[in-house]
Design a protein around this ligand. Structure first.
Ligand SMILES: *[C@@H]1O[C@H](CO)[C@@H](O)[C@H](O)[C@H]1NC(C)=O
Ligand SMILES: *[C@@H]1O[C@H](CO)[C@@H](O)[C@H](O)[C@H]1NC(C)=O
Ligand SMILES: *[C@@H]1O[C@H](CO)[C@@H](O)[C@H](O)[C@H]1NC(C)=O
Ligand SMILES: *[C@@H]1O[C@H](CO)[C@@H](O)[C@H](O)[C@H]1NC(C)=O
Ligand SMILES: *[C@@H]1O[C@H](CO)[C@@H](O)[C@H](O)[C@H]1NC(C)=O
Ligand SMILES: *[C@@H]1O[C@H](CO)[C@@H](O)[C@H](O)[C@H]1NC(C)=O
Ligand SMILES: *[C@@H]1O[C@H](CO)[C@@H](O)[C@H](O)[C@H]1NC(C)=O
Ligand SMILES: *[C@@H]1O[C@H](CO)[C@@H](O)[C@H](O)[C@H]1NC(C)=O
Ligand SMILES: *[C@@H]1O[C@H](CO)[C@@H](O)[C@H](O)[C@H]1NC(C)=O
Length: 491
């Protein structure tokens, strides 16, 4: 058995970028790039990114939405115009190369929330027991391998809207926790940093609280319970701009239901389009207004115009040009109008351990499966967790310069934008993990029980105060301004 002790040394000339986000209590924290300064609360300002719609993805295709650099240069420029810092992507192929796109996003200051599922491999609500199998986890772990070394990966979703009615509520919850357990265990054993893992819940108001309570808690109060969600995504279309306001939207209920959350909560999809074009009043008055104490921002559904009519831009089908829509302008304006507070890490409450309590969950929704004895790991998966899923396609950041989009981009009034060049800002750069960890080999991470080293990444925070997403046994390596030296003792 190994015991790893991590000692961090100051290495001043490295200061140039931002660290991966961490979690403290109910907040994401963006560490400071300046040694000695504490981090700040990070609010997600994002869009769901699914150009072509869900049907555009093919398991055996030779591309996905993060494989074409020209397109990523085009869209990163548009993201910056809009004023966002995060995108959610629903499906990628773990055997393809994503280095260019992830580097472009990284250098442009954009984080990625990634779903692990594909249409053929997901926690399948109506055949849950059969879907929890070796092949599912093989895919999930392969996606982790392909993305774990990109510092701008904010987190992974193990499932989207799995629980959405009485039947799924009565059968599926333990499987979501089981997959979270397996994926977090895999990350702990096979990645160089802790990457948050969570779930994206359906917009079914009656099931919302029970789902959250079931996923938020620690079984038997165990602070190292890996099956707990690190964050909770909520797909919410309750506030329809032009129709609803704070009191009629249900946002007030969201604010009180989640007031005491011990993990970050955000809208993983929002933007009701009953009234179109959308004026997005829920942005400044709701999400970054009345909900600012409770939620950590959200992602608007969705970037491109598809048949469901939620787009912020249209993409020319033959020439790939972008035309910003009125929705785009309105959202951009709302972001500018939003008054997002600067909150220091030290102002955030320490995370708390909430012991799982089946009776509480049944009180929130009778018929909800509140069984906390989780399904056992499928046969063969334990070895994958220990020795890896053998995906040799491990992505990493590369050297790349900012470039002007080769596609034409139009304002909503039809005027062409003259120089659509993404800005790579040194201040916003999230540097590669690898530069600072050459001496922190895989020893530290293949030990499933390494636990003694402090994994704190900022001088002002102690790792024991953070929840599982940032303080579990997997050391947070990859520090700017810090050189990690791992001393491994064989015990
Ligand atoms: C990127 O997409 C464009 C438009 O579909 C295509 O013409 C181009 O060949 C693609 N580039 C790569 C490297 O696949
Ligand atoms: C634009 O096209 C040129 C020529 O094909 C290519 O070298 C360049 O990388 C492209 N730029 C972007 C941003 O895609
Ligand atoms: C950690 O990062 C180093 C340097 O990039 C790499 O060589 C090593 O394989 C990584 N270890 C794991 C477990 O990903
Ligand atoms: C949150 O905590 C406060 C103070 O402990 C308590 O009064 C309130 O009922 C709690 N709210 C919820 C939704 O649990
Ligand atoms: C939302 O809840 C917080 C407590 O978590 C409270 O301070 C705030 O006033 C509430 N906002 C509104 C608009 O009611
Ligand atoms: C691209 O195609 C769209 C229609 O899909 C058209 O409106 C636009 O003018 C075209 N742009 C260029 C530069 O060809
Ligand atoms: C809880 O789940 C476990 C594992 O699937 C199962 O063995 C047990 O029978 C379940 N308990 C109840 C009360 O359903
Ligand atoms: C990975 O490769 C090793 C050696 O070839 C093999 O023993 C192991 O079964 C493979 N694991 C998976 C998950 O494919
Ligand atoms: C179109 O909108 C852009 C951006 O708001 C503006 O700079 C430009 O002058 C407008 N063009 C026309 C013809 O109104």
């Amino acid at each position: 058995m190994f015991h790893s002790f991590i000692i961090f040394y100051l290495f001043c000339t490295f200061v140039s970028g931002l660290l991966p986000l961490e979690i403290k209590g109910n907040r994401f924290i963006k560490p400071s790039t300046t040694e000695g300064e504490e981090g700040e609360v990070f609010f997600i300002k994002g869009v769901d990114y699914q150009p072509g719609g869900s049907s555009a993805y093919e398991d055996d295709g030779d591309s996905d939405v993060l494989t074409n650099a020209s397109i990523c240069f085009r869209d990163a420029y548009v993201f910056q115009q809009l004023g966002i810092n995060t995108i959610r992507v629903y499906t990628i192929n773990p055997s393809l190369n994503h280095d260019e796109c992830l580097t472009i996003l990284n250098n442009a200051g954009i984080y990625l929330l990634l779903d692990l599922s594909s249409s053929s491999e997901s926690i399948y609500r109506s055949d849950i027991e059969a879907s929890y199998n070796y092949d599912l986890l093989y895919r999930f772990f392969s996606v982790v391998d392909a993305f774990k070394d990109y510092p701008n990966v904010l987190g992974f979703f193990v499932g989207n809207e799995v629980i959405n009615d009485d039947t799924s509520a009565s059968e599926d919850p333990p499987y979501i926790r089981a997959v979270q357990r397996d994926v977090k265990n895999y990350i702990q054993n096979n990645a160089n940093r802790t990457i948050p893992v969570g779930y994206s819940a359906a917009d079914v108001t009656s099931l919302r609280e029970a789902t959250f309570e079931y996923l938020e808690c620690n079984i038997d109060g165990d602070e190292n319970d890996l099956s707990r969600s690190d964050f909770f995504g909520l797909n919410s279309y309750e506030w329809c701009s032009g129709i609803s306001d704070w009191s009629t939207s249900g946002y007030s209920d969201i604010n009180s239901t989640f007031a005491n959350s011990s993990i970050p909560i955000f809208f993983s999809e929002y933007g009701c389009n009953t009234d179109s074009p959308r004026t997005f009043t829920e942005v400044s008055e709701g999400l970054y207004g009345g909900l600012i104490d409770t939620l950590s921002g959200g992602l608007v559904y969705e970037y491109s115009q598809e048949t469901s009519n939620y787009g912020l831009v249209t993409i020319g089908s033959s020439n790939g040009s972008i035309t910003e829509l009125t929705d785009f302008n309105n959202l951009q304006e709302q972001f500018l109008k939003s008054d997002i507070p600067d909150i220091l890490e030290s102002e955030v409450q320490e995370s708390t351990i909430i012991e799982c309590d089946s009776s509480l969950i049944e009180k929130s929704y009778s018929g909800f499966d509140s069984n906390f004895t989780l399904p056992a790991v499928p046969s063969g998966v334990e070895n994958m967790i220990l020795y890896g899923a053998n995906n040799t396609n491990i992505g990493h950041l590369i050297d790349i310069d900012a470039q002007t989009s080769n596609y034409t981009i139009y304002y909503s009034n039809g005027t062409e934008i003259s120089d659509p060049t993404v800005v790579f800002s040194a201040d916003d750069e999230i540097d590669s993990l690898s530069s600072s960890i050459s001496s922190a080999g895989s020893d530290s991470s293949t030990s499933s029980a390494s636990s003694s080293g402090s994994s704190s990444t900022t001088s002002s925070s102690s790792s024991s105060t953070k929840n599982a997403a940032s303080s579990n046994n997997s050391p947070q390596i990859g520090l700017f301004g810090l050189l990690a030296i791992v001393i491994t003792y064989l015990m």
